[in-house]
Ligand binder design. Structure first.
Ligand code: SPQ
Length: 422
């Protein structure tokens, strides 16, 4: 696909629902006693994989546009699926399911697409084993023998919301307390949703304690727009001259707003307005205008708060004066593709001065770049970041695969090209 070039973009965008919250709303809704109404659900391929998996375990789920109704059957209401569960491209579905299924009174098999089969599952299966879980294999396909679980105290070895959430979910079924110490604070949508549903869960700084729970009370979930999707327009508006974009209804949970901190630090002309709370999650509208960006250093505790935005933050760094250093981001190597290698390889094709490091990259920005024939590696975030990068490149650019955006943002190109263009 040829990437159409825009000039001076203006207008309003409402990005689709948050992927992390959409997954959790279906999963926790399925485990609640009664009906959960979800509005603003992300109908992306990953969240549809979650729906398919729970339907295969006997949960009745109705989808009407972005409204989803989940008929929960309680913590002990899942049925053994007839076939292997298929999680597609979704790491969140695969890892969170491990936490739920480890304590069920039946066995399950899980697999996903070629990318999922290369992503490490040992990070969830090993700590779950300390709770008595029995999961065969460290890569998909996984075979989960349902077992009686017991609590544990665990110091996490990676900063990962998926690992944390898998352990919390297993903790709902475990005898005794499950205490988890995070290395850095990662997204906390599970903790917020479970607390609202009446689970026995407390959070104290980086420590989460969860106890065996008999019943979850359904809550209506209003899914805010995904800041990870808004990120592409935040960067587009900042780097493109003569631009102003209003992005409405964006989730601004502080565990997700690292990109706002970084863009502010780089000198972006950005404003958060209408700050409010919707169903327990902070939400705002964001105005972004053309900005004169400068390089920055990104590392440490902020990394889990912007991990999925790093490819598009790297794009912003290309058009920022000076050097940007990204470190402590080795987790990027185990995403849908190795996102450090993919960014460095694709950016190098455009003549960008970029170096790969063991835990990130160094970008010397503010120099002219040219278009290229880009490869997405089947990674939705790479595809969208490259589409933004191509906007300010001299000459034409193509993407080998634009369909992969369906994973998290099916209408990305419609929204993108729907902006007013000078
Ligand atoms: O679900 P998946 O495939 O892992 O999705 C990604 C993404 O870019 O959309 C990562 F590849 O987001 C993860 C995120 O990186 C979603 C997530 C969550 O919902 O809990 C947490 C992060 O992963 P991790 O490994 O840091 O826990």
């Amino acid at each position: 696909m040829e990437i159409k070039k825009m000039r001076g973009v203006r207008g309003e965008i409402t990005v689709p629902g948050d992927k992390s919250i959409s997954h959790r709303a279906v999963m926790l809704g399925a485990l609640a006693d009664g009906v959960t109404h979800i509005s603003g659900f992300l109908k992306g391929a990953d969240c549809l994989s979650t729906i398919d998996c729970f339907r295969a375990m006997g949960i009745d789920i109705e989808v009407d546009g972005d409204n989803v109704t989940v008929h929960g059957k309680g913590l002990y209401g899942l049925e053994k699926p007839e076939k292997m569960l298929y999680t597609g491209n979704s790491g969140t579905t695969t890892r969170l399911l491990c936490g739920i299924l480890a304590g069920q009174p039946f066995d399950t098999d899980i697999t996903g697409d070629a990318s999922i089969c290369k992503r490490p599952m040992g990070r969830v299966t090993k700590p779950l084993a300390l709770m008595g879980a029995e999961i065969e294999n460290e890569y998909c396909p996984l075979h989960i023998h349902g077992k009686k679980l017991h609590g544990m105290e665990y110091n996490m070895t990676v900063a990962s919301a998926q690992v944390k959430t898998a352990l919390i979910l297993a903790g709902l079924y475990a005898e005794g307390d499950t205490i988890i110490h995070e290395i850095e604070k990662s997204r906390d949508h599970t903790e917020l949703m479970l607390s609202a549903m009446g689970a026995d869960l407390t959070v104290d700084g980086l420590t989460i304690k969860v106890c065996k729970t008999e019943k979850l009370t359904p809550q209506d979930v209003l899914v805010p727009g995904d800041i990870s999707s808004a990120a592409f327009f935040l960067v587009l508006g900042a780097i493109m001259p003569d631009s102003e974009i209003l992005i409405k209804n964006v989730g601004v949970n502080p565990t997700r707003t690292g990109i706002i901190d970084v863009l502010n630090d780089m000198g972006a002309d950005m404003e958060l307005i209408n700050e409010r709370t919707a169903a327990g999650e902070p939400v705002a509208d964001i105005i972004i205008r053309s900005s004169k960006l400068h390089g920055t250093e990104i590392g440490g505790a902020i990394i889990p708060r912007l991990i999925d935005e790093l490819p598009v933050i790297a794009t912003a760094a290309v058009f920022a004066e000076g050097t940007t250093v990204i470190r402590d981001a080795q987790e990027l190597k185990v995403k849908e593709t190795n996102r450090i290698r993919a960014v460095v390889d694709e950016f190098t094709k455009c003549g960008i001065d970029i170096e790969e490091t063991d835990d990130g990259m160094i970008i010397h920005g503010g120099k002219p770049i040219h278009g290229a024939d880009f490869v997405t590696y089947g990674d939705h975030r790479m595809a969208m970041s490259l589409a933004i990068l191509a906007q300010l490149a001299e000459g034409a650019s193509t993407l080998n695969d634009s369909k992969c955006v369906e994973v998290s943002y099916p209408t990305f190109f419609d929204d993108f090209y729907g902006l007013e263009n000078n």
